[in-house]
Design a protein around this ligand. Structure first.
Ligand code: SF4
Length: 385
């Protein structure tokens, strides 16, 4: 059989891809139409696009990969109705619910995260937002962690006003996470108990008080590509230092349980578009890395420079040693006080995240109590309910 090369392709030439990188590095904003083209045009060559995104990523981040570990510090029982979330009051996903973990458990998990190679430790608290008293409690925790470990600390605690943001800023909080998730126009279709404007105002309160922001999206919730472009540009306008790019995970019992349009290639295109529109930001490939990118997972490191280890809030992720090996095999460097060989040795045979698959059938696997509370499972049973 004779194989001929297709010399008649009418797709973009090399200059097109080079211009994407050059413009991003020169601070020239991509048009909305060009961003949509990057997501949808079948003539776009994935490897050329990834190479252009990598030029931008390399300029700001070299080949470094930051590894983040989440602590799901209070799980479930949320009065809000975010339809993608396993903790929403509208969700029937069978998760392990518990109120806020005690301080000593959270501190033990911070130590474990540091020793596991984490650069950043992210504490996530379900709920609409903290009371004034809870904000003071969170500030105390931030102080204790910052005093004990050389970790960057991020808190995700729902809606915040200036007073609460100031309390957290005074404690030394490095970052506040609060995702936009979807566009303003689409917001009412995924949540009715708070508004897009509430979320924007929380991010502005953090900024006004000197806290870096981490804010991103969830692709695959039925939004048009133009919405992903709008979110990217809104985040650029807000100056979000960190952008987690999530791909909707399908949980049995969730209101939104069918991701729309998420192929591995589309996910990579989304990551590249976010790199071009937010060139200096920390772009994190988050929920869905394993589930949706599948065999192309390592390619995400070309546009993205950070990821989560040990899964997501209630979803399992790849075993830590597999993730470290993937980063190393692809020629990237893990930002950690430990070498990759030390990290691999630490996780050899003791990787609790490997005890459960990422998917069960066509749905996401849900974390066990041991995975959610690796240092406090014994006490967790009594807290459940
Ligand atoms: S406010 Fe947060 S925890 Fe509550 S349902 Fe929405 S995303 Fe989930």
């Amino acid at each position: 059989m004779t194989v001929t090369s297709d010399a008649t392709t009418s797709g973009p030439d090399r200059a097109f891809y080079q211009a994407l990188a050059d413009d991003a590095l020169a601070g020239v904003e991509l048009s909305d139409a060009r961003c949509e083209q990057l997501l949808l045009d079948p003539e776009i060559e994935l490897l050329s696009l990834l190479h252009a995104a990598f030029e931008v990523r390399r300029h700001y981040w070299g080949k470094q990969v930051q590894v983040h570990i989440l602590n799901n510090a209070a799980n479930g029982k949320c009065p809000e109705d975010c339809s993608y979330c396993t903790q929403a009051r509208t969700s029937d996903v069978d998760i392990e619910e518990y109120p806020m973990k005690p301080d000593d458990e959270i501190l033990a998990e911070a130590q474990r995260a540091y020793e596991s190679g984490a650069f950043r430790y992210c504490m996530v608290f379900s709920g609409r937002g903290p009371s004034a008293g809870r904000a003071e409690q969170l500030a105390g925790l931030v102080r204790k962690i910052k005093d004990a470990y050389p970790l960057e600390v991020c808190v995700s605690a729902g809606l915040l006003d200036d007073d609460k943001a100031a309390v957290l800023a005074a404690a030394g909080l490095d970052r506040l996470n609060h995702n936009l998730n979807t566009s303003e126009e689409h917001y009412g279709e995924i949540c009715t108990t708070h508004t897009y404007a509430d979320r924007i105002e929380t991010l502005r309160a953090a900024k006004r008080n000197g806290i870096e922001t981490c804010s991103g999206l969830i692709a695959g919730m039925g939004e048009p590509a133009s919405d992903l472009v709008e979110i990217a540009k809104t985040l650029a306008g807000l100056g979000s230092e960190s952008i987690p790019v999530n791909f909707l995970l399908p949980f049995e019992g969730n209101v939104l349980d069918e991701p729309v349009g998420l192929t591995p290639e589309y996910c990579l295109r989304v990551l590249c578009m976010y790199r071009f529109t937010n060139p200096a930001a920390e772009i994190r490939c988050t929920a869905g890395r394993e589930f949706h990118l599948r065999s192309l997972e390592a390619m995400a490191l070309y546009p993205a420079n950070s990821l989560f280890l040990e899964g997501y809030l209630n979803a399992t992720g790849a075993a830590s040693n597999r993730t470290f090996q993937m980063i190393s095999d692809a020629g990237f460097d893990i930002v950690s006080d430990w070498s990759v060989n030390e990290l691999l040795a630490q996780h050899d045979g003791v990787d609790v995240a490997s005890e459960q698959p990422v998917a069960i059938g066509d749905k996401s696997a849900v974390k066990t109590l041991d995975q959610l509370r690796p240092t406090g499972a014994a006490g967790a049973a009594s807290a459940k309910g």
